[in-house]
Design a protein around this ligand. Sequence first.
Ligand code: B12
Ligand code: SF4
Ligand code: SF4
Length: 385
Amino acid sequence: MRSVQRVQIERQRVGEIALEAGLSLSAVGPADSFGSELEDLLVDRIRHGHLDGFHWFTEERARFSANPRNLHERARSIISVGIPYWMPDIQHPHDGVPRGRISRYAWGRDYHKTLKQRMKHFHQLLEAEIGASIEARLLVDTARVVDRAIAARSGLGWYGKNTMIISPRRGSWLMLGEVVLDIDIQHDPPMRPKCGRCTRCLDICPTGALVDDYTLHTPLCISFQTIESRESIPRELRHKMRDWVFGCDMCQDICPYTAAAKAVDEPSFVPRTIDHAFPPLHWLISMSEAEFREEFSGTAVMRAKWSGMVRNALVALGNIGSDDDIELLQRTARTHDRSIAREHAAWAMAQIDLDGARPALRELAHHERDPVVLEEIHTALRTEV
Ligand code: B12
Ligand code: SF4
Ligand code: SF4
């Protein structure tokens, strides 16, 4: 097969082929540079500290990512694709077990793998359809492009004030990828944003991370703290994290468009067991690193790493736990081999019952050698009830 750029393929046929490959949402846009408008916006976000915590999100990267042709110089069209994942039937069990919450996109198989596999299949089907080879780049997440800007320009959906791409009848429950091609396909028109005067997502965000319409301050976002950060969770954010142990869906759950989303039957996003959606906190905290790998390998949860998930589960238990949980917390604070776990366990003990925890905290202070853990213990002991 020879590479051709001016092949004819009906826009509607592209959608049918995408569907056949398991990509139920697709829209076609140009591959042109977004130009200085997007560059300046991203640089402005960086300069205001809205992307603090991502050492890779430099001004150089921002400028590079505003032009998709930096990744594929002969690109002529970008097909923005999405897999929706709204499955309202999977619910929090009311079984008296203290459980955390994992955000919906991470319940099942790692979406990078699913999207890449289906996009590869899509590419093959497109080549078979037109009878020529197509030079393509298949992008999910890690490439230096702004997925949501591409999705918005191609008309896959529109930007909500929560910064999510919202698609008609799917809400924002969709994971995005891009197929960058060297062929011309008729473009779809962009959609107009439809938030109107609504500000529900900004109002409900427990940490105030949505600092303005369409503006997220990353260091305040629970998603950043639970997934990306390898540090201690800032003390002032811990109680705002509630029972979230991986990501956060609150600014999506509240959205009237996402609440009206059509349920999908998407096996790749179904959790292997209910514990992969609402994990028992004792289970997460007591897990060894090997058990964590065995349990979560192949899912997006691996991104937080074992010590991150233990840290997150300790914060969640501090927020929702009771006297029944003190024994586990004390044991973790005394014996866990990761200082970040001992630190957050000490915090959680004090959250549940500060006066009751004082003797145990004093005892811990006696044996602890790590300065950060000691600081956490002394802060708790200095606190008045
Ligand atoms: C870094 C990152 C994060 C960071 C920072 C998020 C952020 N807002 O930048 C953290 C870890 C916090 C995060 C969290 C989440 N993420 Co994330 N993340 C990314 C990643 C890798 C890069 C995002 C980026 O470039 N940000 C830079 C900022 C400046 O871009 P932006 O927010 O899109 O900014 C645009 C808008 O503000 C808009 N805009 C600005 N002003 C105005 C004004 C008007 C009028 C309009 C209309 C628009 C508008 O234009 C800007 C530029 O395009 C992308 C994948 C990728 N490679 O693109 C996934 C991605 C954005 N994440 C995704 C998801 C699912 C999530 C979470 C829902 C996960 C979860 N459940 O916890 C949360 C949602 C939090 C939120 N409300 O955004 C999906 C979003 C899918 C969708 N439907 O939109 C993506 C696209 C991954 C994917 N492959 O699907 N994420
Ligand atoms: S994901 Fe959670 S913390 Fe982050 S902006 Fe949305 S509601 Fe706020
Ligand atoms: S909650 Fe309201 S403001 Fe936020 S994204 Fe949805 S419609 Fe827009």
